[in-house]
Design a protein around this ligand. Structure first.
Ligand SMILES: *Cc1c(COP(=O)(O)O)cnc(C)c1O
Length: 416
């Protein structure tokens, strides 16, 4: 049995523990949902005030040049690059993950159309995050070229599904429900062997687990900054394209920010060289500027240290839940194997939704995903071992006392 004192000792020797002071977390809350919306960096408030009062208020239109607004997507991309194994000038922070997927999938299909037009299948997983599948469906519908989506029901079924008909394989590196993590390098090699291109969604990977896009020889990647990267609600996403592919085709959202001579105001579109062609239109600068505050904190550590602590936190959570809540109907759906685990842990419970609501009422914030899945995110920048201990004790009490059965915990909110 791991005791609370043992957890206090783990916190005392945790070299990452001081970074927590850089987050504005409310007292009395154990926040286990940084995989959905990262906590606010303390610095974000001052930064927002400076952007609004000085850059917008005083600088006005001049700030596009003088405050570096025009190049902010590239500048942030360069700062984010080291977290995902990308090179300089290969990443932009812009738009949403859904929109960036539209761009990279559109480009990937165009590349393949030039090389092997008979390939008409996009492979993904039925358990992929819905927006990824919806965007693929919308694009196929728009193109009217006979594309179809081939969905597999388990990671093991992927190898079978990737054949000579496949143009693109679209995978989320860490599954949003189960926390299952793919072997990016091995799968990318398999995808390339079959002549297909690999798109990786890093929504639950960037800032959560080490990622090395160049080493894995990936083709395209996209992901969120409002989850583990703590960029703020709805903060812009990122897009990366392998330099081998980037200049081959234009992406379909050919807006003026991606034009090679934006302010020449020409009537014809000509894409910029490099990743700048993945820009589309004017960005909400007040939101985009906040992304830097999260990246500033990452710059004080490294992904290997974060991964070490993340695995220790998730191991501890699994062990404590299985000890403390052994009498209850909980099923672990996250892999125990480290190499296959991201930075969140999910348990199924028949009353999962109500249990999460009861936990939130006690100050333990996790979230719920259909069907029956209780999801707990562990963010090594600010989650402590003692919080993991306390959260499991509260979970145990709620299950022992059936607090979840109270009527107020059955009410469904629009965001679960
Ligand atoms: C969170 C998430 C998204 C979100 O997309 P938005 O366009 O930012 O709403 C997309 N894909 C995956 C895999 C996610 O986990």
């Amino acid at each position: 049995m791991t005791t609370r004192n043992a957890c206090l000792a783990l916190d005392a020797e945790d070299s990452l523990a001081p970074l927590r002071a850089q987050f504005a977390l409310p007292a009395g809350v154990i926040y286990l949902d940084g995989n959905s919306l990262g906590a606010r960096p303390v610095a974000a408030l001052e930064r927002a005030q400076a952007v609004i009062a000085q850059e917008w208020g005083d600088g006005l239109i001049r700030s596009w040049n003088s405050a570096g607004w025009r190049d902010l997507p590239q500048r942030l991309g360069n700062r984010l690059a080291s977290l995902i194994g990308a090179g300089d000038d290969e990443v932009v922070v812009t738009d949403t993950t859904s929109i960036n997927l539209f761009k990279v999938l559109g480009a990937a299909l165009k590349v393949q159309d030039g090389r092997a037009p008979q390939r008409k299948v996009i492979v993904s997983e039925s358990s992929n995050f819905p927006t990824d599948l919806y965007i693929a469906q919308g694009l196929m519908d728009l193109l009217q070229q006979g594309y179809s989506l081939r969905l597999v029901d388990s990671p093991e079924a992927l190898a079978q599904a990737i054949d000579q008909d496949v143009a693109v394989v679209l995978l989320t590196h860490v599954n949003y429900k189960t926390g299952y993590m793919h072997d990016m390098a091995a799968l990318t090699a398999l995808i390339h062997e079959c002549g297909a291109l690999a798109i990786w969604d890093l929504a639950h990977s960037a800032g959560a687990v080490p990622v090395d896009l160049r080493q894995a020889d990936a083709d395209y990647a996209i992901g969120c900054t409002y989850k583990y990267l703590n960029g703020g609600p709805g903060s812009q996403a990122f897009a990366w394209v392998s330099p081998k592919l980037c200049d081959l085709v234009a992406q379909p959202l050919s807006g003026w920010f991606g034009h090679v001579r934006q302010f020449d105001m020409e009537s014809g579109y000509e894409p910029s060289k490099g990743i700048a062609r993945y820009l589309c239109g004017t960005q909400p600068i007040t939101s985009l500027a906040m992304v830097e505050c999260g990246l500033d904190i990452f710059a004080q550590t490294d992904m290997l240290s974060l991964r070490r602590k993340s695995l220790a936190l998730t191991d501890l959570f699994i062990q404590l839940v299985e000890e403390r809540c052994a009498a209850h109907d909980l099923t672990l759906i996250t892999p125990r194997e480290h190499a296959k685990r991201g930075s969140h842990v999910s348990f199924e419970h028949p009353q999962g939704y109500a249990v999460i609501q009861a936990l939130i009422a006690r100050g333990v914030i996790g979230d719920y995903r259909e069907p029956r899945i209780m999801r707990f995110g562990f963010t090594p920048l600010y989650t402590s071992f003692t919080e993991v201990f306390d959260a499991v004790q509260i979970l145990g009490e709620i299950l022992d006392e059936k607090t979840w059965a109270q009527a107020q915990f059955q009410v469904r909110h629009s965001v679960t």
